[in-house]
Structures are given as structure tokens and as C-alpha cells.
Design a protein around this ligand. Structure first.
Ligand SMILES: *Cc1c(COP(=O)(O)O)cnc(C)c1O
Length: 333
């Protein structure tokens, strides 16, 4: 399955001044924890490294998508929606948390996923069903085909009398990125001297919001290969949120951790998962946060991040994806 031809979503409302407030679905602020043993293992000083625990956001397994849903679902409700429709990979954390948000708010949720129903559900898929979402399997489609299927599903629901709203791929839009601008502000209050904020880059809203809060120089995105034009998406959302001149060249993105593609477990990521678990008792995931740590490790090796520079790794969640990943058994050797 290849999502890389998913174009950046259009901004769905005036980002400068949306006429509604965000919902509160998560537990804020999330903790910022020191990671001294991981720091020294990476070649940093013990006091240099912190982990922003955005895996501990509260709702249904947690993760970064809640902050974006607080805005995108508020936007959907403002338009009178009663049903949320969204897309993602079969093991999408965003789809699972959309299901959870819908449950919390008493909304119907329809998840349009690529491929065919698996013989046995695991990880996020298991939670999607538990949370009461309806799954629509779109068969063999690319990213664009999946978006089309989501729009068709919404149209079918509308004709059946429902009031659907399509939440964009990964929850990323100018509106969704506002949630991560807030997260960036929260992080700057917790760690005023931060020099590097390292985060996995998927659909782009998370990195964009952090850039809007902290500036492009402070944020290092590690591309996971989730979407083609990921950097353009970050640029679009961050520019809209800052109403300023942000050149795309200013964005710091590493493309060296994609390996054989989105969702594959790379050797560097497998090493990073072991390292975080054994140094700090922190479980990262094979698709996003493990790649972020692998990218951080590579950045220390090539001198982009140096000892003495305060660095925050954003733990964006993904634990259910760990249990849903078919290659994870390889970690046990
Ligand atoms: C979606 C996701 C990301 C990437 O966030 P984007 O806003 O899509 O770039 C990172 N980590 C986890 C665990 C995710 O589920």
C-alpha cells in the first residue's frame, strides 16, 4: 500500500480565526521526562535529552492525533456533522483516535481503509471495532483512490440522511495543525532552552504546528514515507499558521529513515526500539517514533545535533501499532 501520492489537504476553514473553540478530548499538559541513559547511549550529555510524552494524551491508547482532532472535530461539529468519515492505513493511529473521539462525543464514525478485511484483526484495527467504528474496505487503491472512496462514502451517507464530515488524512490540515502549535507552546514552557525538537513526519500536521510554535530552525522532522510531498504539506500548514514568510528550504527534514517504505521495519528502527526500551523503559513504535529516534541518532552521528544542545524527542504514540505490526516478531531475534 502506497500513500505517497496523497496531496496536501486543502485548508478546510479560515485558519487565522476559526469561529469555534477546540474540543478538549485529551489530558494536558503531557509530561516532559528526562532521558539520561538514552542520551549517553546516543553520544549526548546525560542532561541534554528529554522525551515529550505525547503518547500519554489520555484517550483510547493515546498519541498525537488527539491534539489535531480537538480542532478538526470541532470544525465538523460547527458545520453540524453527526458522522465522522476518515481514512488511513489499516493500522492507522489517526483512524483509531477518530473512532475514540466519535465515541466520546456520541458521533458515528466510518473508517475507509485500503485493502481487504484481514482474517484476524490486531492492534489498531481491534480497537477500531471495539470503539464502535464502521469499517469500509476500499480494496487495492492508492492514496488518491482512498480519498475518493472516502468522499463517495460521505456522499452515500448524506443521501441516506446522515450529516457526514470528512476528517482529512492523518487529521492534517491547517486547522488540525493548530493542535500542534499549542503543543509546541506547551513544550516551550516546559523546556525554554530547547535547541532541537525531533519528531516523526507523516501527514505533516504535527511538524507544521511545532514549526509554527518554535520556528523552523528548532524542529527536525524525520520522514516516515507516509505521504509523497510531505515537506510541501508541512510548508503549506506552517505558512498558513504563521502568516509569514517561511521558505520551504528552512524546514529541517531527514529522508534517510524511510528504508523500503512506509510501515516497513528498518534495521535502524529496530535498533532504536530496543535502545529506548532498554535505556528508559519507553516503548516506541515501528512506523513513526522508532524512525524518529533512528533519525535523532543519525543526526548526532553526523553532527547536526551536538552534545550540550538541549534536545526533545516527541513521543507521538503508536503503541497499538506495535502490536499490529507483522514484522515486529523479528525484534525478538
Ligand atoms: C500520525 C503519526 C505521526 C505523524 O504525525 P503527522 O501529523 O501525520 O505528520 C507520528 N507518530 C505517530 C505515532 C503517528 O500516529
Amino acid at each position: 500500500m502506497d500513500f505517497r501520492n496523497t496531496e496536501p489537504a486543502q485548508s478546510d476553514t479560515d485558519p487565522a480565526d476559526p469561529p469555534f473553540s477546540p474540543l478538549r478530548l485529551g489530558t494536558w499538559p503531557t509530561p516532559l521526562e528526562p532521558a539520561p541513559r538514552l542520551a549517553t547511549a546516543l553520544g549526548l550529555r546525560a542532561e541534554d535529552l528529554w522525551i515529550k510524552r505525547d503518547d500519554l494524551t489520555g484517550l483510547a491508547g493515546g498519541g498525537n492525533k488527539i491534539r489535531k482532532l480537538e480542532w478538526t472535530v470541532a470544525g465538523a461539529l460547527a458545520k453540524g456533522a453527526g458522522t465522522l468519515v476518515t481514512t488511513g492505513a489499516a493500522q492507522s493511529n489517526h483512524a483509531r483516535l477518530t473512532a475514540a473521539a466519535g465515541a466520546r462525543l456520541g458521533l458515528d464514525v466510518v473508517l475507509v481503509l485500503p485493502g481487504e478485511p484481514p482474517a484476524a484483526a490486531s492492534g489498531n484495527l481491534l480497537l477500531d471495532s471495539l470503539l464502535g467504528a464502521r469499517l469500509v474496505w476500499a480494496g487495492d487503491v492508492d492514496g488518491e483512490g482512498l480519498e475518493t472512496r472516502a468522499r463517495e462514502t460521505a456522499e452515500e451517507l448524506r443521501q441516506a440522511g446522515a450529516a457526514p464530515a470528512v476528517i482529512p488524512f492523518g487529521g492534517s490540515s491547517v486547522l488540525g495543525a493548530r493542535g500542534y502549535r499549542e503543543a509546541g507552546q506547551e513544550l516551550l514552557e516546559q523546556c525554554p532552552g530547547v535547541r532541537h525538537i525531533v519528531v516523526a513526519l507523516g501527514s505533516g500536521g504535527t511538524m507544521a504546528g511545532l514549526v509554527a510554535a518554535a520556528g523552523a530552525r528548532q524542529v527536525l522532522g524525520v520522514d516516515t514515507g507516509a505521504r509523497r510531498e510531505a515537506v510541501a504539506a508541512v510548508h503549506e500548514y506552517a505558512s498558513a499558521l504563521t502568516q509569514g514568510a517561511l521558505a520551504v528550504e528552512e524546514l529541517r527534514v531527514r529522508g534517510d529513515q524511510i528504508g523500503a517504505g512506509y510501515g516497513t521495519l528498518t534495521p535502524q528502527t529496530a535498533d532504536a526500539l530496543s535502545l529506548a526500551a532498554r535505556c528508559e523503559g519507553v516503548v516506541l513504535d515501528p512506523v513513526y517514533t522508532g524512525r524518529a529516534l533512528a533519525g535523532l541518532r543519525a543526526a548526532v552521528r553526523d553532527g547536526d545535533i551536538r552534545p550540550g544542545e538541549t534536545t526533545v524527542l516527541v513521543h507521538t504514540g503508536g503503541l497499538p501499532g506495535f502490536f499490529g505490526h507483522s514484522g515486529i516478531q523479528a525484534l525478538l531475534g
